[in-house]
Design a binder for this molecule. Sequence first.
Ligand SMILES: Nc1nc2c(ncn2[C@@H]2O[C@H](COP(=O)(O)OP(=O)(O)OP(=O)(O)O)[C@@H](O)[C@H]2O)c(=O)[nH]1
Ligand SMILES: [Mg+2]
Length: 1163
Amino acid sequence: MRTTTTEKLAELQGNPGNVRNICILAHVDHGKTTLADALVASNGIISQRMAGKLRYLDSREDEQIRGITMKSSAISLHFHNDTGEFLVNLIDSPGHVDFSSEVSTAVRLCDGAIVVVDVVEGVCPQTHAVLRQAWLENIRPILVLNKLDRLITELEMEPLQAFIHLQQILEQVNVVTSELFTADVMSLYSSDPTQTEGGTQQTHDWHEEADEQEHKNIYFSPDLGNVVFASAYDGWGFTIDQFADIYGKKLGMNVEGLQKTLWGDFFLNSKTKRIMKGAQLKGKKPLFVQFVLESIWSVYEAVLIRRDMEMTKKIQASLGLKMNVRDTRQNDTRVLLQAMMGQWLPISSAVLGKVVEKLPSPLEIAEEKIEKLMCNQARRFDSLPPQTQALKQDFLACSSSEEKPTIIFVSKMVPVDKTALPQNKQRPLTEAELERRREAARQRHAVRMEQRQAAEEGGAETQGKENGQADGQAVADWPANKPGVAEDLEGQVFVGFARVYSGRVRKGQKLYVLGPKHDPARALQKLTEARDLDATATVSDLSSDDHVTVATVTDLYMFMGRELEALESVPAGNVLGIAGLEDHILKSGTVSSTVACTAFTDLYFDASPILRVALEPTHPGEMGKLVSGLRLLNQADPCVQVLVQETGEHVIVTAGEVHLQKCLDDLQQRYAKIEITASSPIVPFRETIVPPPTMDMVNESIITQNSGNGNVIRKEFEDDEEVLERGLVRIYTPNKSCMVQIRALPLPPEVTDYLDENQLLIKTLDQYVSSKISDRHKADIQVGSKLKQSTKEAMKEFKEKLEKLFTEAGKQWKDFVEHIWAFGPKRVGPNILVNRVEEYDRLSIWDCLSNEKQKGKVFVRDYEYSVMSGFQLATLTGPLCDEPMRGVCFVMEKWEVAGNQPKMEKNTERIDKNERNSEICGENLEIKLSKVSLDTNSIESKSKETLSECNGSSKDSDTKSHENGLTNRSVSITSDKDETEEELVPSSKGQGQNLVQGHMSGQLISIVKEACLKSFQTQPQRLMAAMYKCNTQASTEVLGKLFAVIGKRHGRILQDEMREGSQMFNILASIPVVESFGFAEEIRKRTSGFASPQLVFSHWEVIDLDPFWVPTTEEEIMHYGEKADSENRARVYMNNVRERKGLKVDKKIVEHAEKQRTLTRNK
Ligand SMILES: Nc1nc2c(ncn2[C@@H]2O[C@H](COP(=O)(O)OP(=O)(O)OP(=O)(O)O)[C@@H](O)[C@H]2O)c(=O)[nH]1
Ligand SMILES: [Mg+2]
């Protein structure tokens, strides 16, 4: 029976000081949902007896079947103790890596977290991950050490052993938090330049900071009151203050003193009755063992292990437990034990007691957290408009008064069946309604009787008809059976899983939905210009510079686990469900009553989706349903990506196999309701080049051409004129008007990894560079000053580290960082384009780091965009199998475009350059000069900007080029040029110009792309496979089988450690994603369920096999046979990808068919 009502909970919502928004976080299977069950049972929503067995918050069928949680779900609980009445909004999260995005959505809405650790398994990979999540979102955790019963029943530990074990586990957890803390403090110091000056000052500050933070309870310790010991399954839990209280009173000791010494190396001197230090040294029982663990052990011993009824009764009496008859008559002693322990040390009061005591209320939100929520890395809080900055006070006040702005963050959209909405549910009828129904039935009966009488009188034939009518009427009276209503109740609505940060949200309220790119400054200006926002627009109607829509809140709900309760309004500081936003928010978003509010920063997702499959309906005619189903799925799942590929295939990208299965089930049963066929998983690869190998396939050193000076060209390119040497190509357009000379080099692996790690910074960098290039008329704006100091510091550090990595890699990389031109593919990838074109001194991408004005600098040359696009295209689809490249450096050594001169603007600088280029490339001089006439005309509107700017700076540039040692020869060409110029000026405004430049830029894109690909091909090419990191725990018996499975799938064992005090091994392996399908299942089967791996994407690894390799030397043929195509994994993967993409595959299918037939017949 529920002990509380929705009205009571709604009332409690109004007092934010007594509200706690918390989530339960842990590694998979450490007991989160079981713990949540125990807490839910304390409110009478489920029975105490069923707690732990029901897993109430796992409401999906597949969650119950698989026994893992797949989504986060919330429930509001009522808790009261001596300090008052509290509302605890509890969110249970999944622990499986595939659903880590659900953890992010939960953590964002909370102020505190309960971190659960299984004391047998200890700290596991997801424990790290969730502690990190909590740290990043500035939420305060308490620790629950769970499954203590397993130490007694499974590991059969003695209390002392268990104490030492618990200390070790606690140590492990604290190591993780201290790592997070140190990393944070370090970054704080490195990003704040004022702190790095003066060594002594720094150390001093460091310690001060550390002490201060320590006070803030970053470490877990039972004496600090932030650790609960529990067995969620058996329903008990305690903190040491409970025992300090009991024994303090019993032994007449100081409770506070006892509280400080109960956990630690202290013992009780039985003679003096005093607490002494050094239990371990003196071989005494520590207090925790004597007072706490032994009592618990004795209960388990008596009830569960020895089943000693007499002893059990004694214990019951001494603990003052009142057992009901049903429990004492139980045959199953575990039930009896649970009843006893649950009464003695109820887990809910221990955990919730600590939650309300230790975790912050919404009123205690930190300023730092608000700033983090309101602006991302690239923006400084003080660069926001004053109205926006003023909102910080509203966050801090967390007031729900009318005049405060409403600010809500929606972290995910929860699909709810329409029939499950409170307004559509059949409620129990009230007495008055029952009476009315009875009356109606009576009347119907009377009518029927009358009719029957009439029929008897009038004849039998009308009888059936009349009867039918009456029945039909009766059926139609039932509202749910009305056809219109039934149709209405089909399908889903999306309810936003949200939190109110300020103000009060009401049903029917109109609010702004702020898109991710919303800029408060612009929106505010727009409003002052009295151009009101369109109240009817939905997210799909937004134009590219509008990022705000207006939505009406249709309903408000309180999440109650599997159910929703309707509410009229929700005040600040609470978690809620909000309806009416499904056309406005896709996955997450910010809703506010003022446009001055910024869109909250993106959620931090730990795992990126990697596993992609193509979907199609089993019956091709149902494509429409699939498409609309996919749209719903995309909105409902925070992590899934739904794409339509260029080929037209519908693809979903998921985090792993379990997630994929969940998405498919959802699509088939809920969103599309059709049968769906999924392709086998599409695994991404990367393409790269490596330094020439020194060994061949049979480990013989290669003494042929490769080992020479490295400039020898691969055989197939020997006769190719375009290939100058290994890795270097020079390509002309067919009409010889453009030439590029590009070299491909393998990047040092450390650099590639570093680039990958810093994608966010590269993106920010790119944004600034492109904004600068496009704002060239504002070339003198101080781009650097717009960046946040910490971002700038981070970028500086990024550049320095990059320089260091290049220097370490060798002399040949000197100066590369300064000349980086672009990153690719998609402008942020781990490949770089380097500018080594002589005397082309383009804008450095690092310019934003300096605060100096960049006035008058020539930024880019014409056609720069074409070169960039060519590079981006090449790196996006490599030559092996159209997969993106990774770790390749392209060096543009020469680049000539005939007649690329903005002459009519009288800018001599460019002309000089082109002439000099012509000089370099002597043999084409003639052709190019003849081209000039054509191309000078080709100025598209865009490049006019460049021209005017160049014009402005021509003086500077001129001087500069002379300083650079301009030769007499080039000066003379310049003067030649002036003549041509005069001729051409009149035609420069003609219509055909754009066309010519259009052609030119198209040609340039294609030759740059071609040159990149070709130079790539002249180097040794390799495929790179995505690798999973696989964490498994296994006992000694199944270790062999586990290794066999990993070996078969080309995996590698990275680490195998025996866990202290147990027979279990922690195994860390890496396995290629492409070999991982069914891996978890196979391991589970082969080890009879004793080991279940967790797979997380970790890195890209070169498959050290040339995909084009065939045995050539005698040894190789002897070793591998003539074709050896089955040995060549890289080739198999490459051909599979090519086949899937419909590319040409060079494969012999049958060789000597007749011979084979003869052979078979002869057998
Ligand atoms: N012996 C014992 N088993 C427990 C305890 N708590 C949970 N379990 C068991 O551990 C298993 C996993 O429990 P769950 O509560 O589903 O774990 P979870 O952390 O919610 O798992 P996910 O949501 O999938 O991450 C279940 O079989 C529980 O019965 C405990 O205190 N003692
Ligand atoms: Mg769970």
